[in-house]
Design a protein around this ligand. Structure first.
Ligand code: MN
Length: 228
């Protein structure tokens, strides 16, 4: 077969202690999945069903590195998140089976044009341009679940220029990773290569050009990004 335009190579994430890379199929994100962040965003953590949005796979920056300040915003926000990568797809996955679909875990950032998101919320419009812009999803090195066991209790933190901005524990998620996988697989058929950003703890805020963002999740490699 020949293509009319060059086909994209997959965006690939480095895997700890492996020469293989993880090819990203799609990137799903859960909104408001930590109670304190839900409250800071004006939600009610007791009553909401999980909801999802997406970033294109091309928005993922493997390993972090340089994050160009995006166009069309003056309020670029950080959201540090545990990222889960799937090595097995499926639909209507049961919560009890969900962990067997997990390849591994990484630290990531769900970068957000907060001003565009606020305008979209107000107008009842989609979030895509607030969430799925170029380079909006830095993801660090993946650690296979087989090597580290599942990440259900781990400190998660984001510092900017050495100062702590977000701090929590992944055990504070409202919808646990297994529940999120099960729920999402009732909405779409999941695929090997899909990754899921599992939500952010409280403390989101703006970043500026020149800032150094440092994301840490206990047991996973740190990820550093510089905003240019
Ligand atoms: Mn998020």
């Amino acid at each position: 077969m020949s293509f009319a335009v060059p086909p994209l190579s997959p965006v690939s994430i480095e895997i700890a202690d492996s020469t293989d890379c993880f090819p990203v199929a799609r990137a799903f994100c859960i909104g408001r999945n930590y109670a304190e962040h839900s409250i800071e965003m004006g939600g009610n953590p007791d009553r909401e069903e999980p909801f999802f949005f997406m970033k294109p796979a091309t928005a993922i920056i493997p390993g972090g590195g340089t994050l160009p300040y995006p166009s069309a915003t003056s309020e670029l926000h950080h959201e540090v998140e545990l990222v889960v990568a799937l090595h097995k797809g499926g639909r209507d996955i049961k919560v009890a089976d969900a962990s067997s679909h997990i390849f591994g875990y990484a630290a990531g950032l769900d970068m957000t044009r907060r001003d565009l998101q606020a305008a979209a919320k107000k107008a009842g419009r989609p979030w895509d341009m607030a969430k799925g812009f170029d380079a909006s999803g830095p993801v660090g090195v993946l650690v296979p679940a087989a090597a580290s066991s599942h990440v259900t209790y781990a400190a998660i933190e984001l510092t900017i220029n050495g100062e702590t901005r977000q701090k929590g524990n992944v055990n504070q998620m409202i919808w646990k990773t297994d529940e999120a996988i099960a729920y999402l697989s009732g909405l779409v058929e999941l695929m090997a290569g899909d990754i899921i950003f599992t939500g952010t703890p409280a403390g989101v805020g703006p970043v500026e050009r020149g800032d150094t963002l440092h994301a840490t999740i206990a047991g996973l490699p740190d990820m550093t990004c510089r905003v240019s």
